[in-house]
Design a protein around this ligand. Structure first.
Ligand code: NAD
Length: 338
């Protein structure tokens, strides 16, 4: 094995293709050896386009390539935990997209497999690597806003998802697939654990989504172990932009992360003001996905622990499970990891 990390990418849809591109072209310490996708034609096509040597129709086939040392998992959510178990058993380090799983037993089984194999697992909470969130965290750690008191986060996707996205039931509902990013931020930026959540949800503008157990928007109130409070809002079809914002209010100040602007400039004309709005996660978080890939590879090559751990994935998932329970029961629910 050389000085580069041999990487295989599983699931090369929208997200996985970006990971494969980054690993192949923008992470000098990585050697993107192969991609695999249950749609073998797609794997072949992506491999050809990105100039990656090998393509496979399954994880098992890809793992037979001995030079692969680490696997990036970017399949739909439901397949994350089984893929982690298979990759771990083969002795590979893993960067897995969020969520770690769509239920706690699957997540615990995946973590057990990782521990048993002695491999390392990083969860793709890439906002830790976003320059704005990273700067916010540095100031929080430096004590600039004192003790965190209130956490507020907004996550709104832009386009109306096709109904098939709900029907297939392979991605977790809103709390698992989208709000999970904010649940992770809620722990990370507040440096505390959420012990109770109370969710309100709606399907009012698209009632047909309810039959698939999903919702169009949700707000979740949070109660922290040390007494702080919070609120997270998620909405799948904002239409106007991809809108991600967070505020951490402390005893000595507040930090606001995110604006609607893609570039920090305001464009004025005789017709008034215009702004270029962020329209997609792949553009808003492009730097974060790349920094995440670079840092993961750097750490794996040097036997360092991952920056965002499997335990972080489990704890954010615990919040999503409690939020779903609260949505169904209509009452506040405690966060547990069992
Ligand atoms: N971190 C982020 O900001 C972010 C953004 C988007 C998506 N994601 C996550 O990335 C994952 C993929 O999302 P996407 O939008 O790329 O989905 P997608 O539907 O575009 O792509 C999924 C790909 O996985 C393949 N696939 C399905 N089942 C498979 C299996 N069992 N084994 C191998 N390949 C399989 C499909 O053929 C497809 O090519 C999801 O878990 C999603 O939650 C994360």
């Amino acid at each position: 094995m050389g000085s580069k990390l041999g990487v295989g990418i599983l699931g090369v849809g929208e997200m996985g293709k970006r990971h494969a591109y980054n690993m192949r072209h923008l992470v000098p310490e990585a050697r993107a050896i192969a991609v695999a996708d249950v749609a073998a034609d797609r794997a072949r096509q992506v491999a050809a386009e990105l100039e990656i040597e090998h393509s496979f129709g399954s994880l098992e086939e890809m793992l037979s390539h001995k030079e692969i040392q680490a696997v990036v998992i970017a399949t739909p959510d439901k397949f994350h935990a089984p893929a982690i178990q298979i990759a771990a058993a083969a002795g590979k380090d893993i960067l897995c997209e969020k969520p770690i799983a769509t239920n706690l037993p699957d997540a615990l089984a995946a973590l057990q497999a990782v521990a048993k194999a002695g491999v390392r697992l990083q969860i793709g909470f890439m906002r830790h690597y976003d320059p704005a969130y990273h700067a916010a965290m540095q100031r929080i750690e430096a004590g600039e806003i004192g003790d965190p008191v209130i956490f507020k986060s907004v996550g709104r996707d832009k386009d109306v998802p096709p109904l098939s996205a709900y029907q297939s039931n392979i991605n977790g509902m809103l709390f698992y697939n989208s709000t999970i990013h904010d649940f992770d931020l809620a722990r990370w930026l507040m440096q505390d654990e959420v012990v109770e959540v109370h969710a309100y949800t709606t399907t009012t503008i698209r009632p047909e989504v309810a039959q698939y157990g999903d919702v169009v928007a949700g707000v979740v109130n949070l109660k922290y172990a040390r007494g702080a409070i919070g609120n997270v809002e998620s909405y799948v079809q904002a239409l106007y932009a991809y809108d991600v914002r967070t505020e951490i209010v402390g005893s000595k100040g507040s930090i606001l992360v995110g604006s609607l602007q893609k570039t920090p400039a305001t464009f004025l004309s005789v017709n008034g003001g215009t702004e270029i709005l962020a329209d997609h996660f792949l553009s808003r978080f492009a730097d974060a996905y790349l920094a995440q890939a670079q840092d993961f590879v750097h750490r794996m090559l040097r036997e360092l622990p991952p920056r965002v751990s499997g335990a972080d994935g489990l704890k954010a998932l615990g919040m999503a499970v409690a939020a779903e329970q609260s949505h169904r029961l209509g009452t506040p629910c405690k966060v547990t990891l069992e």
